[in-house]
Design a protein around this ligand. Structure first.
Ligand SMILES: [Zn+2]
Length: 511
């Protein structure tokens, strides 16, 4: 798949940017590391200060090399990547958020100092601090706040609830494998015990090792939904029995399928979140809650049935901007992007599913209304910061995938029609902002009309959610097989290895 279009287009613009920068008089700052002080080149563009990434990284013993989408930095065997088309860098499975995208001057990459802050924390457990008054960028051992953890397990009404109570906020990720969930803390923790067996139908044993908590489950088909609560800070995982995996399933493939052709990484985007609640049903159900419930199940289903790496743009009630949602998909080099929503209608009795792919022209008046609704809800809470130039480049990027996006959307719509027995709604094109900027086949599904009382009550039920998840899983499987057959890398049909499900918690905005 060609996914380098935006960069190629931007590269054409780089000389223009460069000349602006050089007209601004390059300046110097001091890099302070344990080996002493040394100069680092900086430039200022539109009020933003950028540091020569090579100066800083090589002073610490790392390397920096250009690659097809930008630059690759290696330090202490940890690799990070960034490109001039995005203000998100990536290190391991985490995103590094910068206030502005990196720039290239005379072929050398310059980054805001926040890149070093994010990268050095993961690579060498150091913090980077910029003092604008003295113009010193200090890199030093991180001030570590140890967070103490308490764990409890209770089974209520068939759900086993693990509650991890923390003495303060902590960053963490959860790796889900059949029979084993691992909570990996990114801040040092003080564990309450090393190992404890649990009398519980679903949870067998809790083991703390280093900064990880391993949760041993009683069976591979036990699945968990995780969320966090604040004040005090708690991580909650609800375990229940999910669908049984196919017999003879091999142990999970933990290897990360990167840079192989085919559909390997799928980004699922639960619509809305936080104060941006989306549409509201007649009995008060929020679209943001319905989309998250469906997407969590969908992520597990796609991970186990397709052996795909699945990333959720949010796994809790965070506010995430539309730009960030596609940025996440691009940074994870996703092969497929699906945004999940619930429809709203002024027309009484509107029902059924609709699937969209991106077009600047809506295919009919109602499709235009749907797009206006979804775009407006977000615009109210999150003013768009995209420049026209950026939008044009992004549009061209998605233009590359219109044909594939249309095929993907059709597969979803057909399976949803088959599952719900509703035939009168089809695939549509509309200018949904969340699809703008995805450099992979992308679609948006409006699962059902949350504004219709009958559909709203269905959306609440597990049975209906599972039916939707099964239909979308079949659609993704169909599209995957079709696509891989066309490009000649068709895999043997699945029931294949379940893979890990990655959820991202590094992406919320500061609002
Ligand atoms: Zn929506």
């Amino acid at each position: 798949m060609k996914r380098f279009v935006p960069f190629v287009l931007l590269a054409v613009l780089v000389p223009a940017i460069t000349s602006i920068v050089l007209a601004q008089q390059p300046s110097q700052a001091t890099l302070r590391i344990s080996a002493g002080d040394r100069p680092v080149a900086t430039v200022t563009l539109s009020g933003q200060l950028y540091f020569n990434a090579g100066d800083v990284v090589t002073a610490l013993g790392g390397t920096i090399t250009p690659d097809s989408t930008g630059f690759r930095v290696t330090l202490n065997n940890v690799v990070a990547a960034f490109g001039p088309d995005s203000r998100f860098g990536v290190v391991r499975d985490d995103l590094i958020e910068m206030p502005a995208p990196p720039i290239v001057v005379d072929g050398k990459p310059y980054v805001p100092w926040q890149f070093f802050q994010g990268f050095f924390k993961r690579a060498i457990d150091n913090e980077a601090v910029w003092d604008p008054a003295t113009r010193v960028l200090a890199v030093r051992a991180a001030q570590r706040n140890v967070v103490s953890v308490q764990a409890s397990v209770t089974n209520v009404q068939g759900i086993s609830k693990i509650v991890l109570s923390l003495s303060g906020p902590a960053e963490y990720g959860i790796v889900k494998q059949p029979g084993l969930y691992t909570v990996a803390f990114r801040t040092p923790i003080h564990a309450p015990f090393a190992e404890q067996s649990v009398e519980d139908p679903y949870v067998q044993k809790l083991t703390f090792a280093g900064n990880e908590l391993r949760i041993q489950l009683s069976a591979p088909e036990v699945v968990g939904d995780a969320y966090k609560l604040e004040n005090p800070f708690r991580i909650v995982i609800d375990f229940r029995k999910g669908a049984a995996p196919a017999p003879g399933v091999p142990p999970p493939a933990v290897s990360r399928p990167v840079d192989q052709p085919g559909i390997r990484t799928i980004v699922i985007d639960p619509g809305h979140g936080g104060k941006e609640v989306g549409a509201i049903g007649p009995s008060g159900m929020y679209e943001k809650d319905a989309t998250l419930a469906v997407c969590r199940k969908l992520a597990l289903s796609l991970g186990s049935k397709l052996g795909a790496r699945v990333v959720l743009t949010r796994d809790d009630d965070s506010v995430i901007s539309l730009d960030q949602r596609t940025a996440i998909a691009n940074q994870y080099k996703a092969d497929l992007f699906l945004s999940v929503h619930m429809n709203a209608a002024v027309v009484k009795g509107a029902h059924g599913s609709e699937t969209y792919f991106l077009s600047l022209d809506a295919s009919d008046e109602l499709a235009k209304k749907a797009a206006e609704g979804e775009n407006a809800v977000s615009a109210a809470a999150q003013p768009t910061t995209s420049s026209d130039l950026k939008l044009i480049l992004w549009d061209l990027a998605q233009q590359e995938y219109l044909n594939e996006s249309s095929k993907f959307a059709s597969a979803i719509q057909e399976e949803m029609n088959r599952a719900t027995g509703v035939q009168n709604r089809g695939v549509k094109q509309a200018p949904f902002k969340v699809l703008v900027g995805a450099t992979m086949p992308a679609a948006l599904v409006e699962v059902a009309f949350i504004t219709n009382p009958e559909e709203e009550s269905k959306i609440k039920s597990d049975a209906y959610q599972n039916m939707v998840v099964d239909a979308i899983t079949r659609a993704v499987q169909r599209y995957k097989t079709d696509y891989e057959t066309r490009i000649g890398v068709a895999q043997p049909p699945p029931a294949a290895a379940p893979a890990t499900t990655t959820t991202t918690t590094a992406t919320r905005t500061g609002t």
